[in-house]
Design a protein around this ligand. Structure first.
Ligand code: PLP
Length: 383
């Protein structure tokens, strides 16, 4: 809850945490380029390295495997473009991946194959096993991208099993953990990832900052040229306040994991109420999902009208991926799940570090009233 409004759009971006603002303000007060060897430069460098430790701790990886980037999009791009530069000529991309993964793969010059999901949005492991079994060595090392959790549905993917399959063929698994980090415990290597992407603004940090972590089997190449920052892997003077804020967000996210877990009970209570009272469908209900995300659909009540009705009551939610808003097309995520008929009426509600049970209850009540008004205005034949 923020003032008189209720913010339930954390998967688009989370409110910046107070600790993050403090860390960013302190970083802005520093004078010095982190690459300078004088005292000011060393102070800036210390802030970056402390943030690197904090981000690494959040996902349980060594700090020296963290490369700071300008966000999740760049981190995903760095992994995919590195794999192509290292010789992968065919990329397997999960059917519900974020646009920045799919579009980067399509733009990379490599062939792209879409890895299907089932009706709950879970990647089909049998398909992957079968596809890898007939891999053509001329296509180079197999590369697959599978997100840890989906931004629209919250569905969690079997990355560990996918990694086991890929390892048999010396493949590379890239995991987009942008939505998962800070919402569930993420074990950066244990989840099977050779590379894994993060974004600060999804966990209460600033927008425009992210990271890629890499394991021993990933071959990363330099995508931005110039200085030797980030051990030569990402040139450009570091975003000191952004990185400081990311570190503070990562530390805070580690301490409020229990609060985030509670979201699941509050969300499920709201969803059960709306199911009983209004017959909503819950997308991905049969899969393990993030605790904070609810994707619901009510045929005949368009997602745009739902968002507008809630907005008038001060409740902020989303019709789908905010990153792709403005593009008039059915959600590729729901389409991949075989749920295209629901896509026009699917709503994404997502809480986070500052969300209370009251926020979920208020959302459910206001949504129900809006639905009742909408249904009463519809001609009987359309009901
Ligand atoms: N990956 C996923 C799953 C996302 O939800 C998003 C943003 O919505 C991104 C990547 C892109 O991250 P960023 O906004 O930091 O570039």
């Amino acid at each position: 809850m923020t003032g008189s409004s209720t913010y339930l759009d954390y998967n688009a971006t989370a409110p910046v945490r107070p600790q993050v603002k403090a860390a960013m303000m302190a970083a802005l007060d520093l004078v010095g380029n982190p690459s300078s060897i004088h005292a000011g430069g060393r102070a800036a460098r210390a802030v970056i390295e402390a943030a690197r430790e904090a981000v690494a701790a959040l996902i349980m990886v060594p700090a020296q495997t963290i490369i700071f980037t300008s966000g999740g999009t760049e981190a995903n791009g760095l992994a995919i473009e590195s794999a192509v530069a290292a010789g992968s000529r065919r990329l397997i991309i999960g059917a519900t991946e974020h646009d920045c993964v799919l579009e980067t793969a399509l733009a990379s010059g490599a062939a792209v194959e879409i890895w299907p999901v089932d009706a709950n949005g879970v990647a089909d492991l049998a398909w992957l096993g079968e596809r890898l079994a007939r891999w053509d060595r001329a296509d180079g090392r197999p590369f697959a991208a599978l997100m840890l959790a989906n931004n629209e549905t919250g569905v969690i993917q079997p990355t560990g099993e996918a990694a086991d399959l890929l390892r048999t063929y010396e493949g590379w698994l890239h995991v987009d953990a942008v939505q998962a980090a800070g919402k569930i415990i993420v074990d950066g290597r244990g989840c099977g990832a050779d590379t894994l992407a993060l974004s600060a603004h999804k966990l209460g940090g600033p927008q425009g900052t992210g990271a890629l972590t890499f394991g021993p089997r990933a071959v990363l190449s330099r995508r931005l040229h110039g200085g030797g920052q980030e051990r030569g892997r990402r040139a450009g003077t570091e975003n000191l306040p952004g990185i400081a804020g990311f570190g503070a967000a990562a530390s805070a996210a580690m301490t409020d994991m229990a609060q985030i877990k509670m979201q699941a009970a509050w969300r499920d209570e709201a969803a059960a109420y709306l199911k009983t009272e209004a017959g909503i469908q819950i997308v991905g209900e049969g899969a393990t999902r993030l605790p904070n995300t609810l994707c619901l659909a009510k045929t005949g009540f368009s997602a745009d009208l739902q968002v507008m009705a809630l907005d008038l009551a001060g409740i902020m939610v989303s019709t789908g991926a905010a990153c792709s808003s403005g593009k008039v097309r059915p959600s590729p995520v729901l389409t991949a799940m075989g749920l295209e008929p629901l896509a026009g009426s699917a709503l994404r509600v997502s809480g986070g570090w500052d969300t209370t049970q009251l926020d979920w209850t208020r959302f459910a009540q206001v949504w129900l009233e809006a639905n009742q008004r909408h249904q009463s205005r519809r001609p009987a034949s359309a009901a």
